[in-house]
Design a protein around this ligand. Structure first.
Ligand code: AMP
Length: 281
């Protein structure tokens, strides 16, 4: 089946219900904001292996941006994205205009308390409410068997997993490991904004997370000691640290003592670009 580009909710629903759900085919869904890269490729490839029909959405969701300039500057590249999807055997790209997703002022929002509160939630007010709301809408529209999300955005994953459980949404959430550049930098659409100098500085975040990970592996149990190991590395480069936290992987709350699996999560600013990353330990 050749790639089909659909802009309207009704058209996507008709296509899926008449020809795909009716035939008993399983749908794998990959929600994205476009500017597709190797991280998205890994999600798409896994969806392709596990599903009869792969749907990718491309939608820069205005209600999850806390800053208008960030929304305006977000890279958009639909033609290149379509070719990217075609090469990876995607069946349907759903690329709705904003007025299709939000034809009137949105009055209904999904809030996942606790999981949304710390880390990025503290610094980007309303971000996860915007994410949870758009993902809930997209899951209602596509009704996939499986939906694929990257571990790179671990707090987003925690929010979505909890939303799906709390709202009894019939979908399996699949977590896909973070794709990295050779120097460790997590691949991200925002990396495009880095100047060559900033790009070499940016790898410090994954080095810092690695140092924190190693300190736990060699016996550190106090979050302060682990944070210190990471902050020492971050100090080596001209970056601004927004947060560096050791949290429990389920609800993303800071832990007082490391007694089980934890996620080490960080956000830094390199010039005007904000980068996030995390590792499970
Ligand atoms: P975005 O287009 O940035 O909203 O991301 C769409 C999906 O791709 C999300 O589930 C992200 O977590 C995932 N993703 C983004 N970057 C990466 C990466 N480097 N490795 C794995 N998944 C990623």
């Amino acid at each position: 089946m050749d790639l089909e580009l659909i802009h309207r909710i009704a058209a996507l629903r008709a296509r899926l219900s008449e020809e795909i759900h009716a035939a008993g085919a399983s749908v794998g869904f990959v929600p994205t904001m476009g500017a597709l890269h190797a991280g998205h490729a890994r999600l798409i490839e896994q969806a392709r292996r596990e599903s009869d029909c792969v749907v990718v959405s491309i939608f820069v969701n205005p209600i999850q941006f806390d800053r208008q300039d960030d929304y305006d500057r977000y890279p958009r590249a639909l033609d290149a994205d379509l070719e990217f999807c075609r090469q990876r055997g995607v069946d349907i790209v759903f690329a709705p205009p904003v007025r299709e997703m939000y034809p009137e002022s949105q009055r209904t929002f999904v809030e996942v308390t606790r999981a949304q509160d710390h880390l990025c939630g503290r610094f980007r007010p309303g971000h996860f409410r915007g994410v949870a709301t758009v993902v809930a809408k997209l899951l209602n529209i596509v009704q996939p068997a499986r939906a694929y999300f990257g571990e790179k955005d671990a707090q987003q994953l925690a929010v979505i997993r909890r939303m799906v459980r709390d709202l009894s949404i019939p979908v399996t959430i699949v977590e896909v490991p973070t794709v990295r550049e050779p120097d460790g930098l997590a691949v991200s659409s925002r990396n495009q904004r880095l100047s060559p100098d900033e790009r070499s500085v940016a790898a410090v975040l994954s080095r810092a997370l690695r140092a924190a990970h190693d300190s736990i592996a060699s016996g550190a149990r106090s979050p302060d000691d682990v944070r210190h190991a990471a902050l020492e590395v971050l100090k080596q480069e001209p970056v601004r640290v927004e947060y560096l936290e050791i949290v429990d992987p389920e609800e993303m709350q800071p832990v007082e003592q490391i007694t089980g699996p934890v996620r080490i999560a960080g956000a830094i600013w390199v010039g005007e670009t904000r980068l996030i990353d995390n590792v499970l330990c």
